[in-house]
Design a protein around this ligand. Structure first.
Ligand code: F6P
Ligand code: MN
Length: 331
């Protein structure tokens, strides 16, 4: 089985970018180890006990953030990082060109129940025009040069793209290396499986209500087939299932709170996952526009997400064309 670095070399990925990715993976191995140890390493629960110095230890999502941030900045190859756990962009080497946006521990409510969680990353380059801080990151998803996630499940997997298809690597704990296990991920175009938090049903906008209604009607409805539903409540593991065996994953905008109609973040959740989806032959949209075409306005901006098997996402989009949206700011 091939190791990660020779695979990236043979893809002509620049050496410095390989180093940045490899550094992310060094942090991921440490996170994987701590998750694997669970209560033995004191990682479960929403806060940890005080350590021997009497200091309050941090939750694993905070620890993961610091591990990734510090390791990336130490390489001197990273110009700035943006993290779900940091209000502001953190600056690194002024002469370096890489920008890394990441969600250190996605789905972290699953830690307490020994469920799957993940780390999501999106790598950009410093723009050509003069920019500072947050402005650096305000690039569309199309500008990503690499993206992926590490899924901490029964196995620890790296799923990534550098714009040349999607590959899966599995962490071999005995040698501490990610080894290539799937060379080309291709999402089946059609599916009979969907992923959505059904408890929000009454809050969805009309197009999503109508679309899911028709899925639930199964063979007796207009879709004339039965659909299965799965929801792990961790985007990484829900998206991984879709990439692996087909499906449609959505966290749509809803009407609960007009100030916060969407849940998932564009820069370090939706964009990297959309890059993977498209590279694997799938689609990723808000219902109104392609996710990777969105011009971001803020690093923590949220977005409506519909992604997965191409034909199923296209069918979902017909509902957004057919039914007017009852959310005033819909786009
Ligand atoms: O990061 C946000 C997130 O945890 C995703 O990983 C996941 O898809 C979603 O929120 C789960 O949301 P809910 O709690 O509504 O099921
Ligand atoms: Mn997340």
């Amino acid at each position: 089985m091939q190791r990660l670095i020779p695979v990236l070399n043979s893809d002509h990925v620049p050496l410095h970018l390989i180093s940045v990715i490899n550094t992310l993976l060094t942090a991921a191995k440490e996170i994987s180890h701590r998750l694997h140890q669970g209560s033995l390493a004191g990682t479960l629960g929403s806060t940890l006990d005080a350590n021997i110095q009497g200091e309050v230890q941090k939750k694993l999502d905070v620890v993961s953030n610091q591990l990734i941030k510090n390791m990336l900045l130490e390489t001197q190859l990273v110009h700035a990082v943006a993290s779900e756990e940091e209000d502001e962009v953190v600056m690194g080497n002024p002469d370096a060109k890489y920008l890394v946006a990441y969600d250190p521990l996605d789905g972290s409510s699953n830690i307490d129940i020994n469920g799957s969680v993940g780390t999501i990353f999106s790598i950009l380059e410093k723009p050509d025009h003069p920019a500072e801080g947050t402005e650096l990151f305000l690039q569309t998803g199309d500008e990503q040069i690499a993206a992926g996630y590490i899924l901490y499940g029964p196995s620890t997997l790296l799923v990534m793209t550098t714009g040349n298809g999607v590959r899966v690597f599995t962490l071999d704990h005995t040698v501490g290396e990610f080894l290539l296990t799937v060379d080309t991920v291709t999402i089946p175009q059609e599916t009979q499986e969907f992923a959505i938090n059904m408890s929000n049903q009454r809050h969805w906008t009309t197009p999503m209500q109508k679309y899911i209604d028709d899925l639930l009607r199964g063979t007796e409805g207009p879709r004339a087939k039965n659909f299965n539903m799965r929801w792990n409540a961790a985007m990484v593991s829900d998206v991984h299932r879709v990439l692996t065996r087909s499906g449609i994953f959505t966290y749509p905008a809803d009407l609960r709170n007009p100030d916060k109609p969407c849940k998932l973040r564009l820069m370090y959740e939706a964009n990297p996952m959309s890059f993977l989806m498209e590279q694997a032959g799938g689609r990723a949209t808000t219902g109104y526009e392609r996710i990777m075409s969105i011009q971001p306005e803020h690093i923590h901006q949220r977005v409506s997400v519909i992604m997965g098997s191409r034909k199923e996402v296209d069918t979902c989009l017909t509902y957004f064309k057919k039914y007017p949206c009852n959310r005033p700011d819909a786009k």
